[in-house]
Design a protein around this ligand. Sequence first.
Ligand code: FAD
Length: 382
Amino acid sequence: MLPTLYDAGRWSARGVRVTLLDSSPFLYYSGMVPEFLGGVYDRDEVRINLRRLCDRAGVRFIESRAQHLDPERRVVTTADGEPLSYDVAAVDIGAQNPGPLPRAIRTKPLYHIEALEDRIRATLDRPRRRLRLVVAGGGAAGVEIALNVTGRFAHHDRSDALDLTIVEGSDRLLPNFPTSMGDYVAGLLETRGAQLETGRLVEAVHEDAAVLDDQRTLPADRVLWSTGSVGPDLFEDAGLVCDEKGFARVTPTLQCMGFPRLFAAGDCATVAGHEALRKVGVHAVKQGPVLRANLELALSALTAGQAPHAWPLDTFEPYWMAPLIFSTGAPEGLWTAGPFWLRSRSLLRLKHVIDRRWIRRYNPVWDDAGPFQLADATAATM
Ligand SMILES: Cc1cc2nc3c(=O)[nH]c(=O)nc-3n(C[C@H](O)[C@H](O)[C@H](O)COP(=O)(O)OP(=O)(O)OC[C@H]3O[C@@H](n4cnc5c(N)ncnc54)[C@H](O)[C@@H]3O)c2cc1C
């Protein structure tokens, strides 16, 4: 979505009214969030100020949720009840965690993690305070956050102030990654005093405890909900064609099936022919330039009176491999792709270079040159 904001400035000058609707004025960059919770980055270094980007691009920004979508009438209704009619719309609202429990802090959308950061800071600022944290979900997000939070307490010499337990439904951490990598991170976490509960699910969250499916109660001041990805409720309600997990099915041109004026990209969409792609930022970022180009082409075609089936749109081609680098709360990074993984200090340095380079395009905190450098936004990596 971010590359699109750059072009939106030019579209506004051509008389196109562009609106960005987002539940939060800040987009948190997931590549850096675990290390934000690990105390490596400040909050303003890991988030993008959407309102500010919109102001600069001449785009109207509305801070609200898209509550209802009517693709037949082409209307999006905000949570505040405002109807927004569109000629062309793009939905890039990410995924949601399956089965979120009301008292838990969700990882999707990511701005929710501020509540965890506040509690971590409050604990570290007061010598006698403790934090009992349960992480529900031992996949990539839960594990990377647990590694960083344990690393931060260790760095402050306050490991004794943290009781962290990861609860994972399958029989090991990182079930979608190489077994030896899961074993390695499990060892790291245990060395730092974390408890692992594998083969278990969190069934209930109370004010001061999480209840497991074997009815044991874990005392908890906070429960982080990082249980994977399912599609947003909005889509089924809108009657969009969705896959079995509720993600909108889109064509390789990122158009929703049966609604060519409605585009969807990123985690919330499943692209025909690429159904097995993981919901990771690497793929979402690669879709950005295609989305941007196709919105532009669709607007031009509409102005010329061309019917949607004749629109000359670009198609999305994913990377054949999407490697990830995990931070570990220590000066070491873990690189993984398919069945392979490696660990070294230089991998963490590489991750820092890639992450900072990516966010610099949108975040003036990282931009020594001053103003936003949006011109090369299409080259984004994650
Ligand atoms: C802790 C963590 C770490 C991760 N690390 C990596 C990594 O290192 N590398 C990697 O490739 N992937 C990583 N991922 C996955 C990555 O975050 C996602 O794949 C990526 O953010 C998807 O981008 P997106 O634009 O589709 O959605 P998002 O980044 O989730 O953005 C969705 C936006 O939509 C807004 N929104 C949601 N619902 C509505 C609504 N109804 N109305 C209006 N606005 C709405 C949200 O506020 C948000 O701004 C990580 C995920 C997590 C949770």
